[in-house]
Design a binder for this molecule. Structure first.
Ligand SMILES: C=C(O[C@H]1C=CC=C(C(=O)O)[C@@H]1O)C(=O)O
Length: 441
């Protein structure tokens, strides 16, 4: 597949200035500014919002990770910024699951890759909040950026520290794609491919369109997700005023910081019980099930093998990750990598992991394309941020949805291996809709 040179706005140099501001509602910040808008919050305590475009890139094709990296390296080749680390300029964005993604509804406005250096960034770490204004290109001057920062600061300081999220919009109806019969046929076909030896695992996904009683503000939806899923990575990408991709994913795809990569192999699911004893019983079932251990084990092996291309790998102990409504098997994996490694190199090496694709990768991708009758878009794909040093964090865009006015399309999938039962898999997929659906109903 050919690689398209990305469409870009301004190249470097980047001029950025920052100042500390009082804590302010990121929803009020984003609501007061035009698209594009971004938000990223991780369980480690970093929250970043970005609005407006100082510079941007889009890319598609097999080389899209490299295209974005090459553009970012040029952009950040000359950076005039010496403020605190928390407030440093970041590129925010993500990728579609497939490299040849063509944005059609509900993904209008979401290219196969898009990153933006926001004109205005609000970043909180611990109890400090920083405002950063960035400009890029030959017309970017320190004096101009300092004036813009003073204006932005005045605007931000008039915003409230809290903004109530308002009532849930209510759901008038839902439409699944595929329906249950078609799902059963798809899973049986996948099982036949596994039986024939063409496939070991495939993650089949589903989409659920929820029609709402009232339009939803995606920023409010994200805020409600924060309350129940603070231990997940919460993200919002709104390339235009009319659509936003958002979610609360438990899955870190990669963090690169100071030459160290952190990731996880997360797969295999059971529900939560009604009591601590029931929870523990279900967690035990997760730990003891050969089928689920195999489903997650292939993810561990694949991630570890792929990371060995980049450096020395350490695989931690397998544990159970307990979320509000579901539990998964999880193994932490880390790697010591060379100084020249960029987080996008790690993302390109890992995506898609068998937690969202399968094995062998090409056969799993073919099965997904032939089975799923909807567009994955940015679902199950890398979403996050990186900085001028190539450090950053990406999550896998799970437990996610595209919100557009009074309709929201949710996505969820499940790993199919030998012994999978189409009915059990259907029930597990429904659990994965709950994070977003609960906050709409
Ligand atoms: C594909 C999804 O979950 C992945 C991550 C954890 C558990 C999974 C599973 O049980 O199959 C999936 O691999 C999803 O949430 O849509």
């Amino acid at each position: 597949m050919s690689s398209l040179a990305g469409e870009t706005t301004a190249d470097g140099p980047v001029v950025a200035r920052s100042c500390r501001v009082a804590d302010v509602s990121y929803r009020a910040f984003l609501a007061a500014r035009d698209a594009p808008g971004f938000h990223w919050a991780d369980p480690d305590g970093l929250e970043v919002s970005g609005a407006g475009t100082a510079a941007a890139v889009t890319a598609s094709g097999e080389d899209r990770f490299a295209t974005v990296r090459a553009w970012a390296d040029d952009l950040f080749d000359a950076v005039d910024y010496d403020g605190p680390e928390a407030a440093r300029p970041r590129l925010l964005g993500g990728f579609a699951f497939f490299d040849d993604h063509e944005p059609g509804a509900p993904w209008t406005g979401f290219p196969a890759a898009q990153f933006v250096l926001p004109e205005c960034q609000l970043a909180s770490v611990g109890d400090e909040t920083w405002l950063t204004v960035a400009r890029a290109g030959e017309d970017a001057t320190a004096a101009g950026v300092e004036r813009a920062l003073a204006d932005a600061r005045e605007a931000v300081e008039s915003l409230p520290a809290m903004r109530p999220s308002g009532p849930r919009p209510g759901v008038s109806g839902t439409t699944p794609t595929p329906g249950r019969d078609e799902w059963t046929t798809g899973v049986r076909d996948a099982l036949a491919r596994i039986e024939a030896g063409d496939l070991r695992k495939v993650v089949l996904a589903t989409a659920l369109r929820a029609d709402l009683d009232a339009p939803v503000d995606p920023r409010d939806l994200l805020e409600r997700l924060r309350q129940r899923y603070s231990q997940c990575f919460r993200f919002l990408v709104a390339p235009t005023e009319s659509a936003a991709f958002l979610g609360a994913t438990p899955e870190r795809l990669a963090t690169l910081r100071d030459g160290r990569v952190e990731t996880v192999a997360l797969a295999g699911s059971v529900g939560r019980g009604d009591s601590p004893a029931e929870d523990a019983r279900l967690a035990e079932r997760l730990r003891e099930s050969d089928k689920l251990r195999h489903e997650q084990g292939v993810v561990v092996d694949t991630i570890a093998r792929r990371l060995e291309e980049l450096g020395e790998v350490a695989v931690g102990d397998r544990g159970v990750r307990t979320l509000s409504n579901i539990q998964h098997l999880e193994t932490p994996i880390s790697a010591a990598v060379g100084e020249e490694t960029h987080v996008l190199d790690v993302v390109a090496t890992l995506h898609p992991t068998p937690a969202v694709n399968g094995l062998p990768p090409a056969a799993a991708l073919d099965t997904i394309r032939e089975t799923e009758a909807f567009e994955r878009g940015w679902y199950a794909a890398p979403v996050g941020w990186f900085d001028a040093d190539g450090d950053g964090t990406f999550g896998v865009g799970l437990r996610s949805a595209v919100a557009s006015g009074d309709s929201v399309t949710l996505f969820a999938g499940n790993g199919i291996v030998a012994d999978s039962d189409p009915d059990d898999e259907w029930d597990e997929v429904q659990l994965k809709y709950r994070p977003v659906l609960d906050e709409l109903e």
